[in-house]
Ligand binder design. Structure first.
Ligand code: C2E
Ligand code: MG
Ligand code: MG
Ligand code: MG
Length: 283
């Protein structure tokens, strides 16, 4: 088909596309060794309770420390892990690391510390991770100390939403991530029981200048509370945003203002400092 368009459009691949395809293949082959070579790292970003101004939750975020290219963000390699079905073993690693971290946080801070872990749709389609509640009880951890973060698109697929329900029935809390940028949010909220709704950072980022976004956030909070769902605002970067979120009754805040995602040791070392700084911000 490409040939018919004439001489100048003969190539299916432009040099740029060829380079991209090559990079992709190289990246996939590098990913095959990443786990065995200990190149993954799990970072933790604190989530602030806006009512008590304390931190007893965090989100686990995956990083890939590539030997040549340095730190690679998850958006760049998770799709490749999904395509190649490597996501499952990585997800299990993420979960085990999270349990290890939560155990330390329980011991060193508070036994109510909860970590939330992002899960991918492919993972649920493949139906492993059934093992997770068992892993937790083996470690003596209550199942409430882990939450899973899913996206709206996952609730659209019956088979996946069924598995998510099973997780929730086993005691995991479920957070709906990136809320507001997916499809048909509202009908899924009615059908599907969730515990947290995370307002996407695109709504939060313009909160101080834009009244429409404030109205939207306020409406989301009101609606969620009527449905007994707690609200987490993602991507909080300024004091003004934090104050507005506090004012409209948002339950939790997460973002660079509070802290960037951090390696566990830094996270633990800074937790008390972060806590004290924030108290000053909101009084
Ligand atoms: P997410 O779950 O929505 O995570 C929030 C993202 O926002 C993180 O990006 C975080 O670093 C970033 N962020 C936090 N606060 C701020 C802020 O104040 N401003 C801005 N601009 N960004 C902020 P990150 O770590 O690059 O992760 C991107 C996405 O990759 C995550 O989005 C999540 O969907 C996915 N992901 C991360 N770790 C995992 C994992 O272990 N498994 C799976 N399946 N997906 C993961
Ligand atoms: Mg998330
Ligand atoms: Mg998000
Ligand atoms: Mg996301």
């Amino acid at each position: 088909a490409a040939k018919r368009k004439g001489k100048n459009t003969f190539h299916y691949f432009t040099p740029k596309m060829q380079q991209q395809a090559l990079n992709r293949m190289i990246m996939i082959s590098d990913l095959r060794h990443a786990l065995a070579n200990h190149q993954y790292q799990l970072y933790f970003q604190p989530i602030l309770d806006l009512n008590t101004l304390s931190i007893y939750k965090a989100e686990a975020l995956l990083r890939w420390q590539h030997p040549l290219h340095g730190m690679i963000a998850p958006d760049q390699f998770i799709p490749l892990l999904e395509e190649t079905r490597m996501i499952n073993e990585v997800a299990n690693w993420v979960f085990q690391q999270s349990l290890d971290a939560v155990k330390q946080l329980h011991k060193e801070f508070t036994p109510k510390f909860q970590l939330s872990v992002n899960v991918s749709p492919v993972q649920f389609r493949m139906l492993t991770s059934k093992q997770w509640p068992q892993d937790m009880s083996n470690l003596g951890l209550p199942v409430e100390s882990a939450a899973i973060e899913i996206t709206e698109s996952m609730l659209m697929e019956e088979r996946i939403s069924g598995h998510v329900s099973e997780f929730r029935n086993q005691g995991f809390q479920v957070a709906l991530d990136d809320f507001g940028v997916g499809y048909s949010s509202l009908s899924y909220l009615r059908k599907f029981p969730i515990d947290y709704l995370k307002i996407d950072k695109s709504f939060v980022s313009s909160l101080d200048e834009n009244n429409d976004d404030l109205a939207l956030c306020e409406a989301i909070v009101t609606m969620a509370h009527k449905l007994k769902i707690k609200v987490v605002a993602e991507g909080v970067e300024t004091e003004a945003q934090l104050k507005l979120l506090h004012k409209i009754g948002c339950d939790f805040a997460q973002g660079f203002l509070i802290a960037k995602p951090l390696p566990l040791s830094t996270f633990k070392n800074n937790l008390n400092v972060i806590n004290n700084t924030l108290k000053d911000l909101l009084i």
